[in-house]
Design a protein around this ligand. Structure first.
Ligand code: KG4
Ligand code: ZN
Length: 332
C-alpha cells in the first residue's frame, strides 16, 4: 500500500511516499527556516505563506522521486495536530482536496506520535530487508524532544500512544533556542550549541534541570534562566567562555533526559526505548543514552538524522496503521 504523506505543522513543507508503513520511496522537505532566522524564531504567517507556495511543488516532486503516478497512491495522510494553525490548514486543505478528487482515503495523523514512528522507517537506498519492528518490539517507551514538545509515551501498538509525562514549561528545543539567543548564537540553537559543546573537555560550570522527583514530568525553563543569570554576571570577565556555558547547559539537559527516559522504562517495564524530534539529533544525547540504555538492558533507537526533523515520511508511515479504520473518501 502506497501512502502519500503531507507534513506542514511548523516551518517545513514536506511530502513523502511510504510503502506498507516502512519503506520510504521518496521524502521531499522544503524548509522556510532561513526566512525566520532574522526574527530569532518562527513567524507563523511567513511559514504558512511559504507552505501555500510550496505544497504542490513538493508533492509533485515526491511522486516523481518515487516513480509513481498519482493514481498509484492508495491513501493520503496529513498532520492534523499539533502545530501552527495556518500551517496545519494548508496541509489539511491540500490533502482533503486530493483525497476527494481521487476518491482515496484521508488519514489524519498526530505529529508527535509520527515523530516516534520515524524510528521504524527504512530508506529504499539502505537495507530494504531490515525489520526494525523485530529488533525494537512493542510495547515501548517513547520520548519526543523537539522545539515544541517534550513528552513520554507508553506505546502498546501503533494506534495506542498514552502520554504519561511532559514538560511543565519549555520544551528542550525551545530551551536550546532561548539559550542560543542569550549567547548570541542565532536560530535555531540546537545544532550550534551541540557543536560548541563538543569542543569542551573539562568544565567547572554546572547547570541542572529541576528533577521533579516522583513524577515523569520535565522542566526546562529554570536551566535557561540559570544560563541567563550566569551570562549577565560573568560575560564581562576575561574567563567567560561561550563554549563552556553551552557545554554546561547541554550536560544539564541531557542528564535529565537520560535519567527520566530510563526511569520511565523501569516504571513501565519496557525494554524498547524510542526517541524522536529535533533534539534527538543531539550528539551527546545519542551517545549517553546508548551507553546507559545498554547497561540497563534497554534497546534504544534514534531515527537517522534527517528523520529527527519534521518530515512527511513519518506521517505516511504511521498512517498505514490507521488505514483500515478510515472510510474513503473523507473530508477532515
Ligand atoms: O522536531 P523539530 O524539527 O520541530 C518541532 O516539531 O519543534 O525540532 C526543532 C528543534 C529546534 O528547537 C532545534 O534547536 C532543535 O530541534 N535541534 C537540536 C539539535 N538539532 C535541532 N537540539 C539539540 N541538539 C541538536 N543537534
Ligand atoms: Zn516536530
Amino acid at each position: 500500500m502506497n501512502i502519500l504523506g503531507i507534513e506542514t505543522s511548523c516551518d517545513e513543507t514536506s511530502a513523502s511516499i511510504v510503502k506498507d508503513g516502512r519503506l520510504i520511496l521518496s521524502n521531499v522537505v522544503a524548509s522556510s527556516l532561513k526566512d525566520h532566522q532574522k526574527y530569532g524564531g518562527i513567524i507563523p504567517e511567513i511559514a504558512s505563506r511559504r507552505q501555500l507556495e510550496w505544497i504542490n511543488i513538493v508533492s509533485t516532486r515526491a511522486l516523481a522521486a518515487a516513480g509513481l503516478a498519482l493514481e498509484k497512491i492508495d491513501a493520503i495522510a496529513f498532520t492534523r495536530n499539533p502545530g501552527l494553525i495556518g500551517s496545519l490548514l494548508v496541509g489539511a486543505s491540500f490533502a482533503s482536496s486530493l483525497s476527494f478528487a481521487l476518491k482515496k482515503s484521508l488519514i489524519p495523523v498526530n505529529h508527535i506520535e509520527a515523530h516516534i514512528y520515524s524510528n521504524y522507517l527504512v530508506d529504499k537506498k539502505a537495507d530494504e530487508g531490515q525489520d526494525l519492528l523485530e529488533e525494537f518490539p512493542l510495547p515501548a517507551v517513547g520520548l519526543v524532544v523537539s522545539g515544541g514538545h517534550s513528552s513520554l509515551f507508553f506505546i502498546k501498538d501503533f494506534r495506542t500512544f498514552r502520554v504519561f509525562g511532559q514538560t511543565r514549561d519549555d520544551a528542550p528545543g525551545e530551551a536550546y533556542d532561548k539559550v542560543a539567543r542569550i549567547l548570541n548564537l542565532g536560530y535555531p540553537g540546537g545544532p550550534v550549541i551541540d557543536k560548541l559543546a563538543q569542543t569542551v573537555r573539562d568544565n567547572d560550570i554546572r547547570f541542572s534541570c529541576a528533577s521533579l522527583e516522583g513524577t515523569n514530568d520535565f522542566s526546562f525553563s529554570g536551566i535557561k534562566t540559570a544560563v541567563l543569570y550566569y551570562t549577565q554576571r560573568h560575560s564581562a570577565s576575561k574567563d567567560f567562555s561561550i563554549p563552556r556555558v553551552a557545554h554546561a547547559f547541554q550536560e544539564g539537559v541531557v542528564n535529565v533526559l537520560v535519567e527520566k527516559a530510563l526511569l520511565a522504562c523501569r516504571r513501565k517495564k519496557a525494554t524498547t526505548l524510542l526517541i524522536g524530534g529535533g533534539v534527538a539529533a543531539n550528539s551527546s544525547l545519542r551517545t549517553r543514552l546508548e551507553e546507559r540504555a545498554k547497561a540497563a538492558g534497554v534497546r534504544v533507537h534514534f531515527p537517522p538524522l534527517p528523520l529527527c526533523m519534521d518530515n512527511a515520511a513519518m506521517v505516511a508511515g504511521l498512517a498505514y496503521h490507521h488505514a483500515s479504520s478510515v472510510k474513503k473518501p473523507a473530508m477532515c
